[in-house]
Design a protein around this ligand. Sequence first.
Ligand code: KG4
Ligand code: ZN
Length: 340
Amino acid sequence: MSQSLVLGIESSCDETAAAVVANGKQVLSSVVHTQIEEHAAWGGVVPEIAGRSHLRAIRPAIEQALSDAGIHHEDLAGIAVTNRPGLLGSLLIGATAAKALSWAWQKPLVGVHHIEAHVYAALMTIEQPQFPYITLVVSGGHTSLYRTTSPLDHELLGCTRDDAAGEALDKAAKMLNLGYPGGPAIQQAAVDGNPKAFPFKLPMLDRDSLEFSFSGLKTALLYTIKGPGGKMDDPWIIDRENMTDLCASFEYAVTETLARKCVRACKQTGIERILVGGGVACNKRLRTLMQVSAQKAGLEAVFAPPAYCTDNAVMIAGLGYELLQRGQIDDLNLDVFARA
Ligand code: KG4
Ligand code: ZN
């Protein structure tokens, strides 16, 4: 087979995913088993539940990915698996499955960095990437800006000092009783809202920095609905009919901040192209605001496709292909790491 087919495996958080990608670009299959319903009752990801769920879902996901792609494991050029960062118990399930298959099928194994893979999901959409890019990875666990000079080279320019943007949306949704995960819930509740109705101060814009901070915004939301100094259990002081405007305003504050920081990073570095990936990159308001800000500044912004913004194995197989092309192969001692 002239194509280089890579099997990707992802299990770093609450999605068990497997995919087959040809030559790092062409998606032959993508299977995602999400655990959202299993964690929803707890209002967030419970590591113990996640690990057990991955264990049940991983083999069917891999079998499905191979069968959807219409290939046999003998056709594979290699196996790529997320080995950092993430929940240790969850990472171990994917890594152990990948090692077992690598040994049984005698295929090269490569460990993939989950955040770099989120960037690759955006790069995959570009026929001929023109480096360098300013890259924003914005998910439940990360909000970071990088200077990206190749699919594997990302220089950190700034990250969040406290909550990630997705985490802030998840916590805000919890406060507003909108359920889990919060990002999609807030987006839906905000659809007809006025984003200027509650003028939340956009965080960290008064300085030159490329860092983020979203926990103050969360407190501002709490004080808006419960009054100054209010606590989670206190009664609301505003009419609940304001929910739509409240969600739109909070979503605007988070996403406009992200868009402005990307443009600032471009101005500071002279880079003219922006890449955006990670779960929050699904957000429609972020996509619109980023395109508006980029256009105004004469920049180009490219987002990962929504299906490959949230956790998936396509991005793992894609980046795995790049690593294998460079001869970067791991052995059965491949370890997993909670932090990047
Ligand atoms: O990349 P991801 O699936 O997992 C991590 O690596 O963290 O991102 C999950 C995050 C959650 O915080 C979720 O609320 C957020 O992405 N998210 C969204 C949307 N879809 C998912 N945030 C805003 N708007 C969305 N449509
Ligand atoms: Zn992720």
